[in-house]
Ligand binder design. Structure first.
Ligand SMILES: Nc1ncnc2c1ncn2[C@@H]1O[C@H](COP(=O)(O)OS(=O)(=O)O)[C@@H](OP(=O)(O)O)[C@H]1O
Length: 363
């Protein structure tokens, strides 16, 4: 193989990571320890990464569109920067000494659109669905720039972004931005015209989902009810617990609305993203000013997973579901505790419906 093409092939293998239920953290890591000739090149550099199971896929990546040839930002894992696991982030870039890490196609731009929340709302599904669109380029891992790494500076942030051609939109998702006090002013300092997407989900289910994630990392965690309730007799809710606090959408939105007009926001229903992904994606594409490319022909409902999956996600010619940490079973929570939480959230939900102009039907 011509050396230049060979390097491009390797580069694209490395860049074409996509979500996969069979791999740790739900991601395919295409570099390292491969069975295929091209993949094997990486074995000494990135031994920790999973193997591309079919080197022929590389050719698929090369074929479809010249837009795929510019650098694809390296995706690591959808859970690379979990809000619950500070300090346990995987690198945003897979090192590949001696091989080109970028080419000169396109420009790295700061995002014009950001998925700012909410944690456990369905943000990963939305980003992966958007990445099918040829005019969307997104960083795979969560950069956490506007909450944790702001002092690294805007150039650091911009450098994390994939290169885009004219007309393509740069995006990222970090769900913790929605609940970060300083995030709105920081995002506005970067770009006050930014479009902001919030995937919201019934705050009670969201809290249980959040708890499920923490429990999966820490099996000794106290029960949901002991964390959610200040006192089991009075039934008072502990609003200092982050799993509860994140669901106060009206309160967090109020903070954002001090810096951005409502027209800059799109609220995506986490529930409808599961029941009607194509319908919800239609709204998202309209909001972003994109042609409606992502449609019902891209989705199928996977009975085993119980969720919609992609027929052809970005960088793949095979169907893919999100990883095991997305759409996992929740522990059983006593009905009276859930009811107590539902009652607690009701006024906040109604306020949120008023503010957003949308009724999400959570009660
Ligand atoms: N298509 C598809 N496949 C799998 N999972 C899906 C999908 N669409 C939405 N969801 C829901 O996404 C929930 C996880 O939300 P996030 O991706 O925002 O989580 S995170 O904040 O990034 O950790 C996840 O929450 P759990 O069900 O609690 O695991 C899912 O309910």
């Amino acid at each position: 193989m011509n050396e230049k093409i060979h390097l491009n092939v390797c580069h694209i293998i490395n860049e074409a990571a996509s979500v996969c239920s069979a791999c740790p953290h739900g991601a395919v890591y295409l570099a390292g320890g491969g069975r295929g000739r091209d993949v094997a090149l990486y074995s000494q550099h990135a031994p920790d990464y999973e193997v591309l199971d079919d080197p022929r896929r590389v050719l698929d990546e090369l074929r479809p569109s010249p837009r795929l040839l510019p650098e694809r930002n390296r995706t690591v894992s959808e859970d690379a920067a979990q809000v619950d696991a500070p300090g346990q982030q995987l690198p945003l870039h897979v090192p590949s000494p001696g091989l080109p890490v970028s080419n000169t196609f396109g420009t790295k731009r700061v995002p014009q659109a950001i998925i700012i929340g909410v944690k456990k709302g369905g943000t990963r599904a939305l980003l992966e669905f958007l990445r099918i669109h040829p005019d969307v380029r997104a960083v795979g891992a969560e950069p956490h720039f506007f909450d944790r790494f702001y002092d690294k500076g805007l150039e650091w942030y911009r450098n994390l972004m994939p290169r885009t051609l004219d007309g393509q939109i740069t995006m990222e998702k970090t769900p913790s931005y929605f609940v970060t006090k300083e995030a709105p002013t920081r995002v506005c300092t970067m770009n006050c015209q930014a479009k902001l997407i919030v995937v919201v989900r019934d705050p009670v289910t969201r809290a249980v989902s959040d708890y499920t994630q923490t429990l999966s990392k820490n099996p000794g965690l106290p029960s949901f009810q002991s964390l959610a309730l200040k006192n089991s007799t009075t039934g008072l809710i502990d609003t200092t617990w982050s799993a509860v606090r994140i669901g106060l959408y009206a309160k967090h939105l109020e903070n954002w609305l001090q810096h951005f007009p409502l027209s800059h926001f799109l609220f995506v229903s986490g529930e409808r993203l599961v029941s009607d992904p194509a319908g919800e994606m239609g709204r998202v594409q309209d909001f972003l000013g994109l042609k409606r490319v992502v449609s019902d022909k891209h989705f199928y409902f996977n009975q085993t997973k119980g969720f919609p999956c992609l027929k052809k996600p970005e960088g793949s010619s095979r169907p893919r579901c999100l990883g095991k940490s997305k759409g996992r079973p929740h522990p059983q929570i006593p009905a009276e505790v859930l009811q107590r939480l539902r009652d607690f959230y009701r006024p906040f939900n109604h306020r949120f419906y008023q503010m957003s102009g949308q009724d999400f039907g959570w009660d």
